[in-house]
Design a protein around this ligand. Structure first.
Ligand code: ADP
Ligand code: MG
Length: 431
């Protein structure tokens, strides 16, 4: 799939997700509004039925008249004898209970035009009652003035919000789950894409690497088969050597790939023996010396470790050092300048390979130990390889209870350090 198509799909999905969140918020607000309206309606119905009952009871005989306190003025006295506040309070309790409105409330009887309070809760909440939206006219009980009964619920908005909070949490969790699943899918898709690119790179590389020795062998054997070329023994030897060398190269490449498949299956065996690490490193250095000298490069070996007798698998150890040296040579642009060192640290032998080559960027340093990974260099790699060397180094070093570290700076060079315990505790390792 093209990169632009993926970008479009991701943006569309992200937009859809944002859309869903906006719609959720919209519905939540609507639900809250609806709850408010429902509550307003039931309060209004309750208050009206309280006033109706007061109106009906006006003519009921035997009701005790309300006795106003001595400091009551004449007007208040008249109002309170028409609207008995004690009866009003008990009726409100009854009706609110009947409507199952259980939350806390305060009420008051007042004149809205002059904001004069006649009965009910006095104090700091009087103002709230005067401005409350829950109010009903008392004109049927007391005709001479425009009086109102007002109710105020102190925790009204809190209660309503708490009713929808659980829903909000649930939908938030769902949105988070969808967002997580979406990002996870994109992440694994990208990973798969990268992996398939790496694999096709590997196949191209491999085909190329195998083709060269095969065509050389075929050319050399054609020469040998041709009776005209059979004249000198020297020529015959030359062609036979070519076939032999190329065949060995093929063998090495096939071995490398096979070795990795064994590593992957985890069935490789470590054959632990006691050996001198410096001798083995020296052998690897000698192997690369000629090639480096041919390009006017230098290679030094500083065996500074005092304890260099290792108990490990000698073949794998040699492969580790040779692989790292091979990289140091391959990725030194032009003249190679390589230093191999050893030292002891915390009961370990540390083998260091310092090169002044092309270096590795910080991001790539995390990836180079992965199987088949090669630092991307645009469309083609000038330097041949399968991207298996460092994977091999890491897997074997870890099997020997050791570790590999890399420090590198682009265009300055790299330092690879292999830490190996002097004594591997297991006699034979099966990965
Ligand atoms: N010494 C080094 N200097 C710069 N880059 C390196 C060095 N060693 C390894 N690399 C980078 O790490 C990648 C992985 O290395 P490796 O697994 O040995 O694969 P290969 O050598 O087959 O490419 C290489 O392709 C290269 O880009
Ligand atoms: Mg390599």
């Amino acid at each position: 799939m093209k990169k632009s198509t993926i970008a479009v799909i991701i943006s569309l999905a992200a937009l859809a997700l944002i859309g869903i969140i906006i719609i959720q918020v919209y519905w939540m607000r609507n639900a809250l509004k609806l709850q408010e309206e429902l509550f307003d309606n039931s309060v209004s119905v309750t208050m009206k039925s309280v006033v109706n009952r007061m109106f009906d009871e006006r003519t009921t005989p035997g009701l005790e008249p309300f006795v106003c306190s001595p400091d009551c003025d004449h007007r208040t006295q008249q109002i309170l004898s028409a609207i008995n506040p004690i009866r009003l309070d008990s009726l409100m309790h009854e009706e609110f209970d009947g409507m199952e409105i259980t939350r806390q409330y305060v009420w008051g009887v007042f004149d809205p035009s002059t904001r004069t309070f006649f009965a009910g809760e006095r104090g700091n909440r009087t103002n709230k009652i005067l401005t409350s939206g829950h109010r009903v006219s008392l004109s049927c009980l007391y005709k001479s003035e425009q009086l109102m009964l007002g109710v105020y619920f102190p925790n009204e908005s809190d209660v309503l919000i708490w009713k929808i909070v659980p829903w909000m949490i649930v939908s938030l969790v769902f949105v988070l789950v969808v967002a997580f699943a979406f990002s996870f899918m994109i992440f694994s898709f990208m990973r798969q894409k990268k992996l398939s690119e790496i694999k096709s790179d590997f196949v191209n590389n491999m085909t190329h690497e195998l083709k060269t020795p095969i065509s050389t062998i075929s050319l050399a054997s054609e020469m040998l088969l041709n009776p005209i070329n059979m004249v000198s023994e020297e020529k015959t030897r030359k062609y036979a050597r070519m076939i032999f060398d190329e065949n060995q190269r093929l063998q090495q490449q096939v071995d490398q790939v096979l070795q990795i498949s064994v590593l992957e299956q985890g069935t490789f065996k470590l054959d632990l023996t006691n050996f001198n690490a410096h001798t083995i490193i020296d052998q690897c250095v000698t192997r690369f010396e000629l090639a480096i000298k041919n390009t006017n490069g230098t290679i030094r070996f500083h065996p500074d470790a005092h304890d260099f007798q290792l108990n490990a698998d000698v073949n794998h150890f040699q492969n580790i050092v040779c692989n790292l040296l091979d990289n140091a040579v391959k990725y030194s642009s032009g003249k190679a300048d390589i230093t191999v060192t050893t030292r002891n640290e915390d009961g370990m032998l540390v083998i260091g390979l310092v090169d002044k080559g092309i270096g590795i960027s910080h991001d790539n340093q995390k990836m180079i130990f992965e199987k088949l990974y090669r630092v991307p260099t645009g469309n083609r790699h000038d330097v041949k390889g399968f991207g298996l060397g460092l994977y091999y180094v890491k897997t074997i070093t870890e099997a020997l209870n050791g570790k590999v570290k890399v420090r590198s700076e682009l265009n300055k060079g790299s330092v690879f350090e292999v830490f190996l315990p002097l004594n591997v505790s297991v006699a034979t390792y099966e990965g």
